[in-house]
Ligand binder design. Structure first.
Ligand SMILES: Nc1ncnc2c1ncn2[C@@H]1O[C@H](COP(=O)(O)OP(=O)(O)OP(=O)(O)O)[C@@H](O)[C@H]1O
Length: 351
């Protein structure tokens, strides 16, 4: 189990300056064609953490992310990213859309897609600098797609394509990465490798990752923080507190005993059994950071990995791989008219 050494929002280092939260939503309502599908009275996603957005199909996970990135207008409320309005932090926010939302047959090679991650820094028509080239190479290496650099996008497997889009987000060197189910179609070992990479981004580089993910086991094992949605925020905070039976049942509508037992155990006793029978978990462990980290090697380039990732650079990036990451909020992927009425009661703040 890897423990986070850095101070957490729950226990800041005395005298240290707290980074602005990755995301703050206040009084947010979002919907489509007059129907509100998500209501978020208040939500704070801390900086420097790996945060999962979880919930059943149709819970509003993608809607939250699109609203945060200005891809979908909200009918009410406000969102700040990294302490600023979206317009001020576009370069600092990278987006990897859902796999299905990306045009897979766009006539570009893998490296050309990754280079798009540099456009927010250089613009579309400026030549890439050595610094850009370095960022692109490093991103491809870290995601294990170097060997596919000159392969046309439509000749890559689904998992390889997703890795390419994740590389694009990395190349942008953004402070906040927003990922919508980036591991769909990714094999298990690659998922673990990429999760390890995301953990490194948070722990070693202080970046923030907000990621829609369905596998609650993975969330429990690798993530620091979670936001559980079901048309509203059911719970948000440290993972072990969010993935509790009552929250999961409220969100998914059915009892989820195994997950609940485990999460409940962490949240309440903070004394998971160890091999030698000793208790090494403290209350601080439960409060602050990732409960467990993957044990897989962090080198995603190892043979056999065939994962994925799709990304758009700027917060305004559309879901097309060739989309201009400088595009404005009006580049929403759809033109749905937001709804007006709200849903649900307030969230349980567990953090
Ligand atoms: N373009 C759209 N037009 C109209 N309604 C939409 C649109 N996109 C999503 N919705 C509706 O909004 C609600 C939330 O959808 P959203 O895609 O945010 O859910 P999700 O939690 O991401 O689901 P999933 O896990 O299936 O990806 C659903 O009821 C869905 O039908």
């Amino acid at each position: 189990m890897i423990r986070r050494a850095a101070a957490t929002p729950d226990s800041p280092t005395p005298g240290a300056t707290e980074p602005a939260p990755a995301l703050v939503a206040t009084g947010l309502t979002v919907g489509y064609r007059g129907r509100t599908v998500l209501t978020v009275p208040e939500l704070v996603v801390p900086a420097g953490r790996l945060t999962a957005v979880v919930g059943p199909n149709g819970a509003g996970k993608s809607t939250l992310i699109k609203a945060a990135l200005g891809l979908l207008p909200s009918t009410g409320g406000a969102i700040r990213l990294l302490g600023e309005p979206l317009a001020r932090v576009r370069r600092r926010v990278a987006y990897v859309p859902q796999r299905d939302a990306v045009a897979q047959d766009f006539p570009v090679t893998a490296v050309q897609v990754v280079e798009m991650g540099r456009y927010p820094h250089r613009g579309w028509f400026r030549r890439l600098t050595r610094e850009d080239d370095r960022a692109v190479s490093e991103a491809m290496l870290r995601t294990g797609v170097t060997d596919s650099a000159d392969t046309p996008l439509d000749e890559l497997s689904g998992g390889q394509r997703q890795r390419v889009f994740l590389a694009r987000a990395l190349a942008q060197q953004a402070d906040l990465l927003v990922l919508d189910e980036p591991f769909a179609a990714v094999d298990t070992s690659t998922e673990t490798r990429l999760l390890t990479l995301l953990v490194e981004l948070c722990e070693q580089e202080g970046r923030s990752v907000l990621m829609v993910h369905h596998d609650l086991r993975t969330v429990q094992d690798h993530f620091d923080h979670a936001v559980l949605l079901s048309g509203r925020v059911i719970a948000d905070g440290p993972v072990s507190r969010v993935l509790r039976p009552e929250h999961l049942e409220a969100a998914y509508g059915i009892p989820m005993p195994s997950r609940a037992d485990s999460a409940d155990r962490d949240a309440h006793s903070a004394t998971p059994p160890t091999a030698d029978g000793t208790d090494r978990t403290t209350e601080a462990d439960v409060e602050g950071r990732a409960p467990a980290r993957g044990s897989a090697a962090s080198d995603p380039t190892a043979p056999g990995s065939s994962a994925s990732g799709s990304s758009a650079s700027d917060s305004s990036a559309s879901d097309s791989p060739a989309s201009d990451s400088r595009a404005s909020d009006s580049n929403a992927p759809d033109s749905d008219t937001p709804g007006s009425d709200s849903a649900g009661s307030g969230p349980e703040r567990t953090g």
